[in-house]
Design a protein around this ligand. Structure first.
Ligand SMILES: *Cc1c(COP(=O)(O)O)cnc(C)c1O
Length: 393
């Protein structure tokens, strides 16, 4: 009999009752160190008092009004994002997937309104993840995502990760945009080199096409800059943001330049929930903390600490791990002889939560305000997990 919850997930036998900062706690009091943060979502940890206050204060006033009216909290958050990024304008969504939908629509509408409606094609990279909608799976193109789901939304191509020559060669008079994650998340924590991201910007500029960056996982302070592309010193035309921006409240945002957004006039797009007062009150509180230079400096310091300890772990357990990779507090442990799923499961035994990714990588995406002591404790627990897997292997 089918379970009452549609069984599209292989769930671990863990049930958390509450969260405190970097910890998740089961009903019997078992405390797990959370290096997954709901997959890069809980950037300020669980039940953060600042976010609880922002949420409850807004909940007592006004949860939801339609986008048919002005929404003060949405306006404030849009202003904040515009002031802190390349963007001139923002549309709020409830998820990363919806950002992908709008990014694709925006790019196509841009060319349509420029008198080149044939420019509908979007070039992406293998290993990408852009969400589970028809556009999202077509943009990523992997067999795992698309198999069985019938005719795909047309107009998407993928080239091998980092193969800029192939991307350039694919550009033609029907190309609208290139889409890229500056650091692939689901694909196995694969950062694109700064020079490659710069080169990609140049390729788009020379061809006159749009560059879409998917920062759903790597954005909002995760890599130690507010957005990951800042490390390369180049900017996108359109950017997808979600996961961390709501700190645990469902919220996403598409940021764009005035030029890229020029086709999106009144009536061309909308959302019932997107950008409602409750979501934007929380998102505003997240931004107030994360966009501060001092906060980002701490993310970088802690990232250095964690990375150094993980390098030690890899050196100690070559039978389990091959390398540490990633950027900031978006780190991956590439497994050697072990299967990443076994390492994640052994982590559960030792009360530390990590997330598997493609390419046999264990993902570490802790809350950005994890403490030094918690980092040290996390690596002690990962060490136990590695020893367990090593002994079994
Ligand atoms: C998670 C993710 C998405 C999809 O976001 P949802 O909120 O799950 O719809 C899109 N792109 C990237 C890079 C992601 O990590």
């Amino acid at each position: 009999m089918i379970p009452s919850v549609l069984p599209t997930y292989n769930r671990a036998a863990l049930t958390f009752e509450k969260g405190e900062g970097s910890w998740m706690i089961e009903a019997d009091g078992r405390r797990f160190l959370d290096l997954g943060a709901g997959i890069a979502v809980n950037v300020l940890g669980h039940a953060n008092p600042v976010l609880v206050e922002a949420l409850t204060e807004q909940a007592g006033k006004l949860w939801h009004v339609s986008n048919l009216y002005n929404i003060t909290q949405q306006q404030a958050l849009a202003d904040k994002l515009v002031a802190s990024t390349f963007a001139d304008t923002v549309f709020f969504t409830n998820s990363g997937t919806e950002c992908c939908e709008l990014a694709v629509k925006m790019a196509r509408k841009y060319w349509n309104d420029k008198g080149q409606p044939e420019r509908v094609e979007i070039i992406g990279f293998e290993g990408a993840f852009h969400g589970r909608s028809s556009a999202g799976i077509a943009a990523a193109g992997s067999e795992k995502l698309v198999a069985g789901f019938g005719p795909l939304l047309p107009g998407f191509h993928q080239v091998a990760w980092g193969d800029l020559d192939a991307a350039k060669a694919l550009i033609g008079d029907q190309t609208a945009a290139i889409i890229v994650e500056p650091v692939q998340g689901e694909g196995g924590i694969r950062p694109m080199a700064d020079e490659d991201l710069k080169a990609l910007r140049t390729i788009c500029d020379e061809a006159g096409i749009l560059l879409i960056m998917d920062e759903v996982q790597c954005g909002v302070g995760r890599t130690g800059k507010l957005f990951a592309h800042e490390w390369a010193g180049v900017t996108p035309d359109i950017m997808m943001v979600a996961k961390g921006i709501g700190g645990g409240f469902p919220l996403g945002a598409v940021l764009a330049t005035e030029e890229a957004a020029s086709g999106m006039v009144a009536g061309t797009h909308g959302s019932t929930y997107g950008g409602n007062p409750l979501a934007c009150a929380v998102g505003g509180a997240v931004m107030d903390v994360v966009a501060e230079d001092a906060f980002l400096a701490e993310v970088n310091r802690k990232a250095g600490l964690l990375r150094q300890k993980l390098e030690g772990l890899v050196a100690e357990h070559p039978e389990v791990f091959e390398e540490v990779r990633g950027a900031g507090l978006m780190l991956g442990l590439k497994c050697s002889n072990a299967a990443c799923g076994d390492v994640v499961a052994a982590g559960y035994d030792n009360e530390v939560v990590t997330v598997p990714a493609a390419d046999n990588v264990v993902r570490l995406l802790p809350p950005l305000n994890i403490t030094d002591e918690e980092i040290a404790e996390a690596v002690v627990r990962l060490e136990k997990a590695a020893a367990q897997v090593g002994a079994e292997g």
